[in-house]
Design a protein around this ligand. Structure first.
Ligand SMILES: [Zn+2]
Length: 972
């Protein structure tokens, strides 16, 4: 382990000294520009954070070896609530958080005091995160680093927002937003605990009449109004009689404040318990029917109005609540409800759908074995009924003029009609409650009035984004549908806040542009950040004309430069860097950013840049779990990244994060896994060290069967690893380049262990192993770069392996005959061992009988036929009988053909192809070549005969059982 640490530090130093990862325009090389979402410096990184960055780094390193001039930069996102809220929690003496920082992340206690100043906290974690990124060996060009509060960056964001405004994508208006009542700010995904995006839905409030009063029942399925059998109130919670915009409403006490945030004028007259209204009758505004108010515990006063209409035919919650109530005699008595009256309330069917009987809610409740109102399965049940009804349901005749409509059509129509008739209104509500702000307050929906929004709802803009998306590569491809969905679903997004650090809205500087809005095109800024730093360009010099020239090529450089007092060479240099590296070739991020950041990135690129500068690829990955559990403070299973590197080493950690899961799967990490990676890499290192001693033999003559086999297998592993890396299936690439290749190397070593007896064999074996090592070090270099650099230099490789060429499979080393021959040997050993096991024999002698020449002829003829069509025994026989030699043994041939026809027919086309390519191999020669190996592995004398040879020891007459590739075996 100590030597791993030394190797890491040594190579990190050497990379830095040689400026290996500093990328500048190079006209001789194709470029590849890769970025990964910059981190919020609001806490130290843990192993979970490492996945996205490590993957991006592996990608960058791979592309470098494929001959690209790769730029991978990094910056830090100080903007907005993520940093602000963390600092505030410390200022408020949040015990949990302090405990976390001090005990888990080992932040010095005296530092914490400074963290109440958000900027100081951000600076501290900025350095902490950067140190971690260096220690794990990311190939970042640090000359381009910046923070989102740098005044020059602020100028860039101002320019971007002016552009968005000029194009009409910034709107001012009133829209519902997720809102923290305590902070008085809109909340997006990055402002909430657990990074939850607040999802806003529109409920229909259907106004049931109770005398002069109205009970506004909140529903997402207004079309079910015709199936209402009763009303639900929660008897235990407080309701209010309130004047809402001049109307007399009865709503839950909790909903009063929410209605006010939705700009309704609410005056509460009195409050009372829900139980007071149980048993009362109210009138359904759509059908004029009188129905009863009944008690239900599932009614959540925090959800919408806390008034719920009951549709037991189509709503599983209602179905089960009604069933429970009918049986609850004490409850009925408590509320003075006559049992026969409740029992008479029966589900009404108003939608027909093929998947279900008359009462879909009843079907699903029974299927899922749901028995109580508190069963969490009810959520799934509700979704399932809705899914089927929405897609396939038809309204029944008892729904009046909506009869025959699909549920999807009726849903909107009923809602519009009820609203038009004054029988319903709407109310925005969070659909994924509870959403908790980073400050700890539960979020609500607010109509955010007269504020600034980016209008992601603009239909023309959406169309352009779809076009961009269609031309992008999405990895993994299965996420494309999700992107398309998000593009359609996005609407106006509040883009400014009153608090936090960041860029002021240029035309309304009371507002600060929030963190998901100032992070959409900053990849362009990296390309010039280096110049701004080096030439100490002042914010005031970065005028809109300067950015217009750099990013859009507008204006004459000499004029623009003179006006901004920038050296024209520097200005042109910036334009040159941008034009060289843009468009972005690949964007990496966790998949949780699909619904916001990644989609915003596409929107904003299409708004600002011409088509040829739109991003080309997005790569998303899943998260990291710890021994099967979610990584979380409450499970006490968080390993800080810095600690992980110190404990396991950078290379084992990188490998541990990437070797167990493909892109979208969660990667499960554990200390045991990291330890096993460590052991594995140490073994690789020791082995490589040995082989490195032979240097780089250029070639060897007289390669024998095992040598040709090993080289052939190597080409296959290179091919597989390359194919996998092209799709960033890193797990698969590691398996090909490390584990599977290694199995073959083990076989090769077993096979040749006693062959180093002549200089010629010695030379050949050294050559083969050096070829293997060369390719393996290169194939693993993106994932475990430190160890690979060390082995590369020990081997006498030129320069850095980080800049070496990725291996190419060479077709002239592919040798199918050698591969099939070695397979023959391996299966002979395996077959013998299973006979030994079955007979519990420890043999003194093992006899092999290889198939007669005529059998080979027949076998190859069968293969030949099966390549184009199924082998028919009769036809094959006919063909074989034209051979006079065969004709002499017609009976045996017929028997043999019977045995192999089916076998050949069942073979995969690839296998057939390989066997035909290998054609006839000399099994006697091959087994003789492996005689030493067989003797060692089986610990017995080995005898090899041919079935049609004259001299053979065959007391049990086994030879006749021999088949091509399956010698008959006799042990004694
Ligand atoms: Zn808050």
């Amino acid at each position: 382990m100590a030597f791993l640490k030394q190797i890491e530090q040594k190579w990190q130093r050497k990379w830095e000294e040689a400026k290996v990862f500093e990328a500048d325009p190079d006209p001789k090389k194709p470029k590849c520009y890769i970025t990964v979402a910059y981190p919020y410096p609001n806490s130290p990184q843990h192993i979970g954070h490492g996945r996205t960055y490590t993957l991006a780094d592996v990608h960058a390193r791979y592309m470098r070896m494929r001959g690209y001039n790769v730029l991978l930069p990094m910056a830090f996102h100080y903007t907005g609530t993520p940093v602000l809220a963390m600092s505030k929690r410390l200022a408020d003496n949040d015990r949990d958080l302090i405990d976390d920082f001090v005990n888990v992340y080992k932040v010095p206690k005296e530092k914490l005091k400074e963290f109440t100043e958000p900027f100081k906290m951000a600076c501290y974690f900025h350095e902490e995160i950067k140190a971690g990124m260096k220690a794990i060996g990311y190939s970042i060009d640090w000359r381009r680093e910046f923070t989102t509060v740098d005044p020059q960056y602020n100028r860039f964001i101002e320019w971007q927002f002016q552009k968005l405004r000029q194009k009409g994508y910034i709107t001012r208006g009133s829209h519902p937003v997720g809102w923290c009542p305590k902070d008085g700010n809109p909340v997006g995904q990055h402002d909430t605990r657990g990074d939850v995006e607040p999802e806003i839905g529109e409920f229909t409030l259907i106004k049931f009449k109770y005398g002069d009063w109205v009970l506004p029942a909140a529903t997402l399925r207004p079309e079910t109004i015709f199936g209402v059998t009763n009303m639900w109130l929660n008897p235990k919670v407080e309701y209010a009689k309130a004047i809402v915009d001049g109307q007399k409403w009865i709503v839950s006490k909790e909903s009063v404040e929410k209605l006010r945030f939705l700009n309704r004028k609410v005056t509460v007259q009195e409050t009372f318990r829900g139980r007071d209204l149980i048993g009362k009758e109210i009138v359904n505004p759509a059908t004029a029917e009188s129905i009863l108010i009944l008690p239900a515990s599932f009614v959540d006063p925090k959800n919408a109005t806390g008034v719920v209409m009951s549709v037991p035919g189509h709503a599983p919650y209602d179905y089960i609540a009604l069933e429970n109530l009918a049986k609850a005699s004490t409850e009925l008595k408590e509320y003075g409800l006559a049992p026969n009256i409740v029992a008479a309330v029966k589900p009404v069917s108003i939608i027909s759908v093929t998947e279900y009987s008359e009462i879909p809610a009843g079907d699903v409740v029974k299927q899922m074995q749901i028995e109580t109102q508190s069963d969490p399965k009810l959520e799934d049940a509700t979704r399932e009924v809705y899914r089927h009804e929405f897609h396939n349901g038809k309204m029944k005749p008892n729904t009046g003029k909506y009869s025959g409509l699909s549920v999807a059509e009726a849903k909107d129509k009923v809602k519009q009609d009820l609203i038009a008739e004054g029988k319903a209104e709407t109310m925005y509500e969070l659909l994924n409650k509870p959403v908790v702000c980073r400050c700890g307050t539960q979020c609500i929906v607010k109509i955010f009035e007269d504020q600034w929004f980016i209008n992601y709802g603009n239909l023309e803009w959406k169309a352009v984004v779809h076009e961009a998306l269609d031309n992008m590569e999405i990895l993994p491809e299965e996420l494309r549908a999700e992107f398309d969905y998000v593009v359609d679903w996005l609407h106006e997004k509040a883009c400014a806040r009153k608090s936090g650090m960041g860029t002021k809205l240029p035309w309304d500087p009371e507002w600060i542009i929030e963190s998901l809005s100032d992070s959409t095109i900053y990849m362009a800024y990296y390309t010039i950040a280096k110049h701004i730093r080096k030439c100490e360009i002042k914010p005031a010099q970065l005028t809109d004309e300067v950015f217009d020239y750099i990013f859009l090529g507008i204006g004459k450089p000499a004029e623009v430069a003179a006006k901004a007092k920038i050296d024209v060479k520097v200005l042109e240099g910036m334009r040159h860097d941008f034009s060289y590296f843009y468009p972005l070739d690949s964007r990496h991020s966790g998949r949780d950013l699909v619904p916001n950041h990644l989609t915003f990135l596409i929107f904003n690129h299409t708004a600002i840049f011409p088509k040829e500068l739109w991003p080309r690829q997005i790569v998303t990955n899943g998260s990291v779990t710890m021994q099967g559990a979610k990584m979380s403070k409450s499970f006490g299973n968080i390993i800080p990244l810095i600690e992980g590197i110190a404990q396991f080493g950078a290379d084992p950690l990188r490998m541990g994060i990437l070797a167990t899961a493909e892109l979208l799967q969660d990667a499960d990490f554990s200390p045991t896994l990291a330890k096993s990676m460590q052991d594995r890499l140490e073994r690789l290192y020791r082995f490589g060290e040995e082989i490195a001693k032979v240097g780089n033999p250029k070639e060897a003559k007289n390669l024998t069967l095992p040598d040709r086999w090993m080289l052939s297998r190597l080409q296959e592993h290179i091919r597989m690893a390359t194919e996998a890396m092209d799709k960033l299936a890193v797990r698969k690439a590691i398996h090909s380049g490390l584990y599977e290749l290694d199995q073959d190397v083990q076989w090769y070593l077993r096979r040749t262990v006693d062959q180093r007896i002549t200089p010629m064999r010695n030379e050949a074996i050294n050559y083969v192993l050096s070829q293997v090592m060369d390719a393996q070090v290169k194939m693993l270099a993106p994932v475990t770069p430190h160890i690979c650099e060390e082995l590369w230099s020990k081997k006498g490789g030129k320069g850095f392996v980080a800049l070496a060429s990725w291996p190419k499979p060479s077709s002239d080393k592919v040798d199918v005959k050698a591969e099939e021959s070695e397979t023959l040997i391996a299966s002979a050993i395996e077959d013998t061992q299973s006979i030994m096991k079955a007979t519990s024999m420890t043999p003194k002698r093992v006899h092999y009988y290889v198939a007669a020449a005529w059998k080979w002829k027949a076998y190859l003829a069968a293969l030949q036929r099966s390549a184009s069509a199924k082998v028919v025994q009769g036809e094959l026989m006919k063909e074989l009988m034209t051979d006079p030699q065969m004709k002499k043994e017609a009976k045996s041939v017929a028997k043999f053909v019977g045995q192999i026809a089916e076998e050949v027919n069942r073979m995969s086309p690839e296998k057939k192809q390989r066997l035909l390519q290998a054609s006839d191999i000399d099994e006697t020669v091959i087994l003789n070549d492996a005689k030493n190996l067989l003797r060692r592995e089986l610990k017995a004398e080995i005898h090899i005969y041919s079935e049609d040879g004259s001299k053979r020891h065959d007391p049990k007459n086994r030879a006749q059982l021999a088949k091509p590739y399956r010698p008959a075996i006799y042990i004694e």
